[in-house]
Design a protein around this ligand. Structure first.
Ligand code: SAM
Length: 225
């Protein structure tokens, strides 16, 4: 998603208390920002932030950080937050390219990673830019706590098959895979829809999802949130 450049979006972001500016300075200290010791879950490529904010309302004892590359998109998330009756205390946003995620979180600082409807980058030569690629999995490996896991949803069959093929070479394993999430009793339970998910499932597209952990992680039961 890339919206037209919106005049003034950088200024609004620069002044917003919901955005963490200079996020590298918080590396290793994210819990201080929230003023508690609750786990930190992040969504990379959060778009306008609907999923993240719905999750935050449902799970007040988890801290959520939404990462978005484009100012014009992040602006929409800020505007959505401003419309809340009272701002969600367990949500912060970062504007950055996730390529440098290791500069922002220390080893094991993140409890869970969400990738929702990530850009497909269909050309082979751009495979490294895909958020579920082995290059990105190596970055997530550094910041995700040992017992943590990553959840990925998409309606793009090619991207999903690519993502599944990246697991073994990157040293990850699937804890759960669904090829039709909305008709999957187990994996679809308590599903929280994203903006793209609502749009594409309304067109009749099946939604694919996997939940993955590192190969050497002891058996995990990713039930509930
Ligand atoms: N997750 C939302 C949803 O499901 O409705 C938005 C999906 S949209 C297709 C993908 C979003 O990921 C876009 O807003 C895009 O700017 C962002 N994005 C793509 N690559 C990124 C990267 N390397 N770092 C941060 N954000 C990224």
């Amino acid at each position: 998603m890339r919206l037209r450049n919106i005049a003034g979006s950088r200024e609004v972001i620069g002044e917003s208390d919901f955005v963490v500016h200079e996020p590298e300075k918080q590396k290793g200290n994210w819990r201080k920002i929230f003023g508690n010791n609750n786990p930190i879950h992040i969504e990379i490529g959060m778009g306008k932030g609907r999923f993240l904010m719905d999750m935050a309302r449902m799970h007040p004892f988890i801290n959520y950080i939404g990462i978005e590359k484009y100012s014009s998109v992040l602006l929409r998330a800020i505007q959505k937050m401003e419309k809340e009756e009272s701002p969600l205390p367990n949500v912060r946003f970062i504007r950055m390219d996730a390529e440098s995620i290791e500069a922002v979180f220390s080893e094991g600082e993140v409890g869970r990673i969400y990738l929702n409807f990530s850009d497909p980058w269909p050309k082979d030569r751009h495979a490294k830019r895909r958020l579920p690629s082995r290059e990105f999995l190596a970055r997530y490996d550094k910041i995700l706590e040992k017992a943590g896991w990553l959840e990925f949803k998409t309606d793009n069959a090619d991207l999903f098959h690519f993502a599944l093929g990246e697991l073994e070479p990157a040293g990850w394993k699937a804890l759960g895979v669904s090829y039709d999430l909305h008709r999957d009793e187990k994996m679809g339970k308590d599903n929280v829809m994203t903006e793209y998910e609502e749009r594409f499932s309304a067109l009749g597209n099946p939604i694919y999802k996997y939940v993955i952990a590192r190969d050497d992680t002891a058996a995990l039961e990713p039930e509930g949130q």
